[in-house]
Design a protein around this ligand. Sequence first.
Ligand SMILES: Nc1ncnc2c1ncn2[C@@H]1O[C@H](COP(=O)(O)OP(=O)(O)OP(=O)(O)O)[C@@H](O)[C@H]1O
Ligand SMILES: [Mg+2]
Length: 247
Amino acid sequence: MSKLVLEQIEKGFDEQLILADLSFGVNDGEFVSLLGPSGSGKSTIFHLIGGLYQPDQGTIYLNGQDIVGKKGSISYMPQTPALLPWRTILDNVMLGAELAHQPDRNQAIHMLRRAGLAEYSNRYPHELSGGMKQRAAFVRSLLSPQPFICLDEPFSALDEFTRLEMQKWLLSIWEEERPSVLFVTHNIEEAIFLSDRIIVLGSKPAQVIKEFDITFNRPRTEDLTLTNEFLAIKKEIFQTLRGVLDD
Ligand SMILES: Nc1ncnc2c1ncn2[C@@H]1O[C@H](COP(=O)(O)OP(=O)(O)OP(=O)(O)O)[C@@H](O)[C@H]1O
Ligand SMILES: [Mg+2]
């Protein structure tokens, strides 16, 4: 069971209000994406859920427990990969599992291979490209044992085809274990392809503008992205986002 609820969250920096009266939830086993303008506060929301920041007001519950200011309750992939420079890639991806005393070296090696990083297991982060570091951080978040995963633009640095491979891989893992996922992206198509529900955020301060239920059958294949139904919802979300930017 892994259910997240944010209730009336308020957060400001230096007198500027970033989030106000923000409430939403992610149900057990649900895949939810957040879409919103750059600078609207998406990463700030993740920092709050991850316990790195404290809200000025409001509460965050994971399975009914208040997790405000508590680190380690969720698996979290930050927007910048944040790999430890003194650890090899293999040792980096095992960090979350290690902290929970559940390291599985063989599984880590298997996952690195799936992410196209087999030859880089024993290299150090500075020897990898930006997209490789991003994939390593993604593998680390998948290897963390917490059943709630927050991914902040995990595929933004990848070329179109690698991105699609990573999306399909994420979906196959998600379908097997059904973790709850909160996912941030700027890519509308990616959000529709992956999610059960999409929350569009406005900015200054961030608020929920609209929610879209994405009811396409699973497992999903890339052909879905070419159907009229897919294009129709893409258009609707595009217009909602454009409305937010024009405000
Ligand atoms: N630690 C901080 N101190 C001061 N201001 C901050 C801090 N963190 C974030 N902000 C401000 O909060 C606002 C929201 O930032 P945030 O990174 O959450 O946006 P975002 O929606 O993730 O944007 P992007 O899509 O570009 O990643 C910005 O105006 C940013 O300058
Ligand atoms: Mg961000």
